[in-house]
Every structure is written in structure tokens, then in C-alpha cells.
Design a protein around this ligand. Sequence first.
Ligand SMILES: *Cc1c(COP(=O)(O)O)cnc(C)c1O
Length: 544
Amino acid sequence: MGEAQVSLEHLFRVFTKPEHKDSKLAQIEQHLSDNILDFLSQHVVTKKTSLEEIEKDFSDSKVPESPEFVSTHAESLLDKLVAHSVNTYSPTFIGHMTSALPYFHLPLSKLMVGLNQNLVKIETSKAFTPLERQVLGMMHNLVYDQPQGFYDNHLHSAAHSLGAFCSGGTIANITALWVARNKLLGPQKGFSGVAKAGLAAAYRHYGINNLGVMCSKRGHYSLSKAVDVLGLGREQLLTVPAPKQTLDPAKALRIGKRYQEEGNKLLAIVGVGGTTETGHVDPLDELADVAEELGCWFHVDAAWGGATLFSARYRDRLKGIERADSVTIDAHKQMYVPMGAGMALFKDPQNANAVRHHAQYILRAGSKDLGATTLEGSRNGMAMMVYSALHIFGRKGYELLIDRSIDKAKDFAQMIDKAQDFELTTTPILSLLTYRVCPAEVQEKLKHVNAKTRNAINEKIDALVVAVQKQQREAGKSFVSRTRLEAPDYPSQCITVFRVVLANPLTSHNDLAAILAEQHLIAKETQAWKELMDFVRETETVAS
Ligand SMILES: *Cc1c(COP(=O)(O)O)cnc(C)c1O
């Protein structure tokens, strides 16, 4: 069914011509351009189908023998894939950092895909290379705000780079720490440097036991991948407990000093500019001091929060970021660019030379090929989407979006505070917050019990939160995620909480009220609620 003939003629047609005007593909295209929200509401519903059920549609491990007509194939995609995708555009999908995209990215992405430029070298990208360098320059400027002359000298210089464009925050974090590692263990008299000689030789030459990276417990798991990939080992990621969600500078200094006294070297301190779980920002300015005192690299992971710099009102929350040696920003998060757009920015445009690579047929010495200092090889023209978004929104447009998200998070926090059977667990610093469902009676009880009972009650509440989160997701009207963390009110115990990311500009106050009301309704019907109440009524209150 829908099989095309295997002929070169047919394949040439597939390469060169669109199918006829009324083909399924053309219909999809038209429908998408007419109204993406409408398209999504018709095609993207989180149907109750289980993942196991869906796997049956993707179970054949053989490459199909014969070509299929494009239209037939498009139809099957709608049916098997699109219908079971997640509607990240929904204003009530507020559980993750992936949300709605502005419409203009759809047609513009066709330009990017159609041109199929490869940014690894100028021979396959030409104007895209200076464009990408300009984007990195604009983002560098946003973070470091250097004088005009600095950008005149470095923006298009073959011997410098203001940053590395990559597919996301993970690669950006790895790139930043890769540069830091190669700089710290660089060439010296009698040693060719870690990049050439390898880690073992570098440790011998520099007399190092281990090389470590420090962050708080709330640091993103990509840092753990980074120390693994860079050969440092996951045990050398020093994760500092953070009951207040942030890295305590005094603790960081103490732990760093002890680590160094044990014959190790500290490669970097990583401050987070907006943690993934709660949106908290580490005290960047003070951590820059600590890094200075310990003599190590200072990296700021602002994959999520970096875009806050667009806002005059809120950019202060990232104060100290301008002192970082390197900064990670994801454009595919709060800059509303399609996925696959991350950046590592370097304060000193010389630093990326620590990872510069040359090859004869490509990336010749002295060329402006971007591939010489990026971890990835072939890369698409995604920088164009960032370039366009920067122009179409402008700094002021982004400012409005960021301000709106943070204000909305504050508004939601107030709603939660007022709702009697809910408890706010972390207040929003940026546009993230966490909370949990907790009957008023239980909240009261928690104030008057000993630690052991409190822990036991909290475990019952955890079960309730999990049950509500799952049922709400399955009902398919809205989505809130959940995580486990040490909350300020309940130290030395991890509790389960709802996690909300307010990124979609179309999410309204009423949407949020409806989500809360739905959770309340679900909660009261669960077995977990009953068990919690029974348990609490049986527990003794201690005199406080
Ligand atoms: C999202 C995120 C990352 C990882 O970025 P990807 O683009 O998913 O690779 C790293 N750090 C923080 C703080 C993040 O929010």
C-alpha cells in the first residue's frame, strides 16, 4: 500500500519537486501555516495510549525494501507519530522548559533546512559564519558588556572566538570545561600539554592527584557527564549540599581548600544562573571571589536563566555573571528558539584557542572556520534562528517576555499561598517554582510534631503528590512536573514537590487557577489523601 516504484526517475522527483498541490504533505503545510495552535489541538493530544502500545507501531527492525510515496508517508506520520506527541504549545503545559515557539520559526526554519549550510567551515556556509560570530558577539555583549573597540577587534578575528555555538547547554558546559582543562594543563617547557599528551601525562607533569569541579547539589546533571567525558571522573564532581538551593560561598571555599590540601587541583567552580529544578541563582559575585581565591576557573551555567539579562528589572539577579570566565546560555529555552541552540561564551577571546584543532583538508591554520574550536563537527545554521529572534523581538521584546514570566510565577506563588490545601516549597527567583498539595489540617499538624513523625507525614504527602501528578498528566488537560528536593522548611529530608516552569507567554492567570483547582479535586479523591488524613489523625501532637 502506498508503495512507489523503485526507479531513479522516481527518486529524482523526490529530490527536486514538491508533490502536487493537494497532496497530504501540502495539506499539512497549509494547515500548519493557517493556524499552528489549531493544528496542534487537532493532532497533538496526549492520548491515553500507553508507551507500550505506541512501541508496537515502531517495532519493525528491518529497513523497508521499497520506497513509499511521500504523501502516504506523511499520512502515516500524522497517524503514528503526531497524534501521540506532546502538545508543548498548550498554555497549561507548564511542567518543563520546553514550551511554545513563536510562529515565525516555522517558515524561517524552512530557509535553514532548505539552504542546508554547514557551519563547520566557510566553504559550506559563507555568510552563515559571520552571522554566527555576530550572534555570539551579541550574547557576549549582553553578558560581559565590553567596549565597542573590543568587539571591533574580536568579532570576526580568525585568531579569537567570543564563544562556541552548539546544540545545547550540555555541550556548552562540556565545551567550557574542556577549554578550562586545556588551559590549566596547558603546554610548558618539557610538556606538550594535556590536549596532546593526555591526562595521565598531565597529572604526572603537574604533580596532581585529581582534578575536580565544584557545584552545588542542584547543579545540572550535564556537569556530571562533563567531568566523565573530560576524563576527570564523576567522583571528582564535588557537589555541595544546598538546603537553601544555592551554593554557599563559605562552604565552597572551605571544601575547595581542603580538596587542594589533599594534593588535588580544583579546575572550576560552577555557579548556576537559574537551577533546573527551582530556578534559584547561586551568589555569583561571591563565588567569583571564591574562585579567585582558590585560583580556579569560574563557569556560570545560565542555560535557563541567561535570558534574564534582557530584563532591566531582573538582570541584577545574575549579578556577578560578568566575572565568569565562561557562561552557558541556551537559546532554545527562554529565548524561544527551536531546540538545538546552545552557546558557551568566553570572557577572554583568546581562551578558545586552548582547544583549537587543525586539519589539512579543512580548518586550515589562519582560517575563520568555526569548526576549529567547536566540539561538534557538522552543524546546521541554527544561529540564524537566534539571529532572527534577536531582531524580531529585540532586547525590549525579550524584556517583556521575561518580565511577564517572572511576574506570572510570583502571581502563581501567591495563589498557592492563599489556597488552603497547598504549600509553597520554593518561592520564585526566576520563572520557576515548586509547591505541593498538603491539607490545611496536615500543615498545622506538621508544626507540632517531632522530627520522626514529621518525616513519616512527609512521606505520606510524597505519595499524595505523586498520585496527583500522575493522574493530572493522564487526564491530559494540563501538565505539571515533579521533582524531589530538600526544602527550606524540611531540612535533612528530601520531599516530593510539583515543579512549574512558566515560559509560555500565553499561559493566563485563569489557566493557573484551573490547574490548581484540578489538582485539588484529584487530590481529595485519592486513596493517598485518605491514608494521609487517617495517619495524621492518629498521630500525637507534642507540646511545642
Ligand atoms: C537545560 C539545562 C542544561 C542542559 O541543557 P540542554 O540544552 O538540555 O543540553 C544545563 N544546565 C541548566 C541549568 C539547564 O537548565
